[in-house]
Every structure is written in structure tokens, then in C-alpha cells.
Design a binder for this molecule. Structure first.
Ligand code: KIV
Ligand code: ZN
Length: 513
């Protein structure tokens, strides 16, 4: 029997700290359910003290998830920890993850605290956290640039105070694999009580080394890796869950550990997170990129046809790639629709939501004869938006675009339930539609990104549009899908406006103590 490598997913917390990746409560619950289906051990569901919305989302996830531990991040102060404790209270298995910075530069310039004060605060934090749960994780923020003697001192103190997992973050992605492994090895050897806790790593990808550093640490004794779907996260992101998991599995000859991950759920998780956050997956991304299993060169194709292992070290189906499967068509009934959704792990809240989704499915089947899993996923994502999160809603849109003429768009929207109409010209049909929407919404936002992606193949494919808007320092992504890309664009724009409208102020956990 190999030792267990705990997979701690922080897509909903560190991943959500990526610009524009903020998710609604319903979206977070969908991601959490997929993580549970994938058998992630610990789901870091957010940072409870960030905002009332973040608190609610963690609380709802704690109520929903039964098979994974649900965790909230908390700075090492009493208020944060009590908020985290309350948020995870309904969880069958709940964890508080508290942290404080330990590098000289962070302690002096950010915290303005002495090393003694930092140790004292960390110890107090563990005490408060232990009032709520005996599963308490401590992180030494910027451990990658901290002094090893100080790390030993603070880790010894928090272990004595009751921390059960010790996390060593390379917060700024500065470490190299050999060096990081040496740090972990020394810590495990030197810290009294090291054998009573799980050693964890949390690596950022600023030098493209997050996965390499995490794996190097596993080889010397780390038994938890913190990672995210698609490597989402602050700046260049975190270690990617799919790469860590598949490296450990594919090189079972090297790693003395195994994960509990159901790898066939990896691609669905990647697609879901990409669709919700609006962060596309690069085609050549390991494991989940569209080309990860495509063999372009003739020599490779020949080799793969003769004997797959000549060029393939993993099987596409093992990570959840399926052939675009024709699942349903125009004549499929409500039951077939419901069954396929259940097979995809999609649960709609009640009959009303199911009926609405089924009506949209019929509409789509009229326009597009072959409906694939990806189409269903895009279709139901609209149904999971709650009415209160839909301040702006598209009722009608029309565009005129002719060679030599300025494109013109007309839209009808509901704004807080009241119908409003507008029309505008633009440099193209999408631009004209956005101008028309803005003449109603007057959001004062700036368009940072517009991208279109075909969900499946063929000219009748649904276009999936991502729109990134910024206003007053806040950045949000909106998504929309439709066989008509102008309508998909309008939906994406409105989705982004709704997020700007509904999301309140949030505190960044790494701002201060
Ligand atoms: O990168 C980091 O140091 C973090 C901590 C809060 C664990 O995200
Ligand atoms: Zn981080």
C-alpha cells in the first residue's frame, strides 16, 4: 500500500483571486460538486472574511459537500478565524486554514511586526481555530523566501498549539525544484513534532515551476499538494491539479504515494472551471489542452496506430476525454434529457429549472441537429443563474450588417424587471450590440477582453463568448453561448454586467493581517 497524497484544491480561493475569475455562489457550488465527484480530499471553498457573499458561498458548500473536507482560509486574526469557523460549521468534515507571513520582507514591510510578534499571533490563531475544529492548517506565507531557522521555530510553536497540517507556500514562485525539496527535507528533519503533522506545499507558477516544485517536495516527504484546476490562481497561477495528479499516477515507478482522484473527472472539471471563470485553456496545455492527445505529425500518427504507447504516456479516456458524443437530438424527450444531465453530474434545482432548461434544449435542437455533452453543459449554465443575480436580461436583439454599410443593432433588455429598448451603430455587429446595451446600462466599465470559442465542431456549433469588464479596479468575466455569436456576445456582456452589479467589496486575504 502506498501512502496517500492529499489533494487540496484551492480553485475556489486562490483560483478565484485571478483577475476576473470571481464566481457566484451557484457557480462555486457547481465547481465544488465537480471537485467532490473527482474525489478531491480538501476543497478550499474561499476566504470567509472577504465579504458576506464569500461567507455564504462557503457555508452553502459546507452544507452541500459530504465526501470532501471543506476548508476556509483565514488570516491569523480572531475575526477572520471566527468567520471561517462559522462558515464551515455545517460541514461533515471542516478545516480552518490560517496563515501569516514569515519572510523578512513581508514581516517588516507588510505586517510591520517583529518575528516574536508573528510567532505569538500564529499560536493564538491556532488556539482560536481549534475552538471550531481539530483539523487546522497553518501556512507560513512567503515561506519560499523565509529563513529556515525562523520557519523551524514558528512551525514547532504552531504544532504545539494544535496545527495538524503545515503548509509551506512558495507564494511568489521564486524557488527551484532542488532547492525547494531541500527546504522541505530540512523542515521535516528539524521541526520537533514533524512526524505528527501532514506536510503540505503550495507553489505559485511565476517561473513556470509550480508543478515541478510540488513534485520535488512530494519526493522528500510532502504529503499534501495545494493546487487548482487548470493551474488557475494569483498572477501566473498555482500548481495545476491535473498535472500533479497525472504525474504521480503516470510515474508510479518513482512516487511512493498515490492520490484518491478519479482521473476521468479531470477534463469535465477543467471545462467547467474554464467556462465559469472565462479563462480559456491553452490548446497545448498538458493533460487538458485540446491538443494534449492530438498527434499531428505523420510519424507520430503512424506510431500511435501501430502501438499507442509509442507516443502516448497517458490514455485520453483516463483523464476524461471522450469523443464528441452525439447524445441527444430534436426528438429526445424530457426523460432522456434529464438522464443525460444526471450522467454529466448536473443537478438542476427543482422541476421549474428542469422545464426551463428542457425548453432551451428544444430551441437549441431546432437550430442545431446534433447536441453534444458540451452543448448541454453550456445550456444549463444559463439555468443556474438565480433571478436575483440577473439584474440585466436580454429579451430581444437584432443586427443589420451589410457590405459597405455601418452595422446597427437594436436590443430590448429588462433592467431590474423593467423593459428598456435601445439601438446603436458600431464597427461591427458585436460592437453595435455592446454600444446598444451600454446606452441602457451606462455601466462606466471598460472592455478588457472579448473572445469567441466554438464549443463543438461544425458551422452550426454554439459560439462561447467571454467578455472581461473592469470598473473602479474590479474585474469580472462574463460568459454566454448560442449558435448565433452576436446573441452569445450580448449574453456574455450582460453576464459580466450582472457580476459587476451584484458583487460587493471583497478583502484580499494577502493584503494584511
Ligand atoms: O500563496 C500563498 O502564500 C497563499 C497562502 C494564503 C497559503 O495563497
Ligand atoms: Zn497562493
Amino acid at each position: 500500500m502506498k501512502e496517500r497524497l492529499v489533494i487540496f484544491d484551492t480553485t475556489l480561493r486562490d483560483g478565484e483571486q485571478s483577475p476576473g475569475a470571481s464566481m457566484t455562489k451557484e457557480e462555486k457550488i457547481r465547481v465544488a460538486r465537480q471537485l467532490e465527484r473527482m474525489r478531491v480530499d480538501v476543497i478550499e471553498a474561499g476566504f470567509a472574511a472577504a465579504s458576506p457573499g464569500d461567507f455564504d458561498a462557503i457555508h452553502a458548500i459546507a452544507e452541500t459537500i459530504k465526501e470532501s473536507t471543506v476548508c476556509s482560509l483565514a488570516r491569523a486574526n480572531e475575526n477572520d478565524i471566527r468567520r471561517a469557523g462559522e462558515a464551515i460549521r455545517p460541514a461533515k468534515s471542516g478545516r480552518i486554514h490560517t496563515f501569516i507571513a514569515t519572510s523578512p520582507i513581508h514581516m517588516e514591510k507588510k505586517l510591520r511586526m517583529t518575528p516574536d510578534q508573528v510567532v505569538e499571533q500564529a499560536v493564538k490563531a491556532i488556539g482560536w481555530a481549534r475552538e471550531y475544529t481539530d483539523d487546522v492548517e497553518f501556512s507560513a506565507e512567503d515561506a519560499g523566501r523565509s529563513e529556515i531557522d525562523f520557519l523551524c521555530r514558528i512551525f514547532e510553536a504552531v504544532i504545539k498549539a494544535g496545527a495538524t497540517t503545515i503548509n509551506v507556500p512558495d507564494t511568489v514562485g521564486y524557488n527551484l525544484p532542488g532547492q525547494f525539496a531541500e527546504t522541505i527535507k530540512q523542515l521535516i528533519a528539524r521541526v520537533p513534532g514533524a512526524d505528527k503533522v501532514v506536510w503540505s506545499v503550495h507553489c505559485h507558477n511565476d517561473l513556470g515551476l509550480a508543478v515541478a516544485n510540488s513534485l520535488a517536495a512530494v519526493l522528500v516527504g510532502a504529503r499534501q499538494v495545494e493546487c487548482t484546476i487548470n493551474g488557475l490562481g494569483e498572477r501566473a497561477g498555482n500548481a495545476s491539479l491535473e498535472e500533479v495528479t497525472m504525474a504521480v499516477r503516470t510515474r508510479a515507478d518513482i512516487f511512493p504515494v498515490e492520490t484518491g482522484i478519479d482521473t476521468t473527472q479531470i477534463v469535465p472539471a477543467s471545462k467547467l472551471v474554464s467556462q465559469i471563470t472565462g479563462y480559456p485553456v491553452q490548446p497545448n496545455k498538458a493533460v487538458v489542452g485540446a491538443n494534449a492527445f492530438a498527434h499531428e505529425s505523420g510519424i507520430h500518427q503512424d506510431g500511435v496506430l501501430k502501438h499507442r504507447e509509442t507516443y502516448e504516456i497517458m490514455r485520453a479516456e483516463d483523464v476524461g476525454w471522450t469523443q464528441n458524443k452525439l447524445v441527444l437530438g430534436k426528438h429526445s424527450g424530457r426523460n432522456a434529457f434529464k438522464t443525460r444531465l444526471a450522467e454529466l453530474g448536473i443537478e438542476l434545482a427543482g422541476d421549474e429549472a428542469l422545464n426551463a432548461a428542457f425548453a432551451r434544449f428544444k430551441e437549441l435542437a431546432d437550430k442545431k441537429h446534433e447536441i453534444f455533452d458540451e452543448d448541454l453543459q453550456a445550456l444549463v449554465s444559463d439555468e443556474t443563474v438565480t433571478p436575483e443575480a440577473e439584474h440585466y436580461k436580454l429579451v430581444y436583439s437584432r443586427v443589420c450588417s451589410e457590405t459597405g454599410e455601418t452595422p446597427r443593432a437594436a436590443v430590448t433588455l429588462t433592467v431590474g424587471g423593467a423593459e428598456q429598448k435601445a439601438s446603436a451603430c458600431g464597427s461591427g455587429p458585436v460592437d453595435a450590440t455592446f454600444q446598444a446595451i451600454e446606452s441602457v446600462a451606462a455601466s462606466g466599465s471598460e472592455l478588457l477582453l472579448y473572445s469567441v470559442n466554438a464549443i463543438t465542431t461544425g458551422t452550426d456549433a454554439q459560439g462561447e463568448v467571454t467578455v472581461r469588464l473592469s470598473r473602479g479596479g474590479r474585474i469580472v468575466n462574463g460568459n454566454g453561448a448560442d449558435t448565433d455569436i452576436v446573441i452569445a456576445s450580448a449574453k456574455a456582456y450582460l453576464n459580466a454586467l450582472n457580476k459587476l452589479y451584484s458583487s460587493g467589496e471583497k478583502v484580499n486575504p494577502q493584503g494584511n493581517v
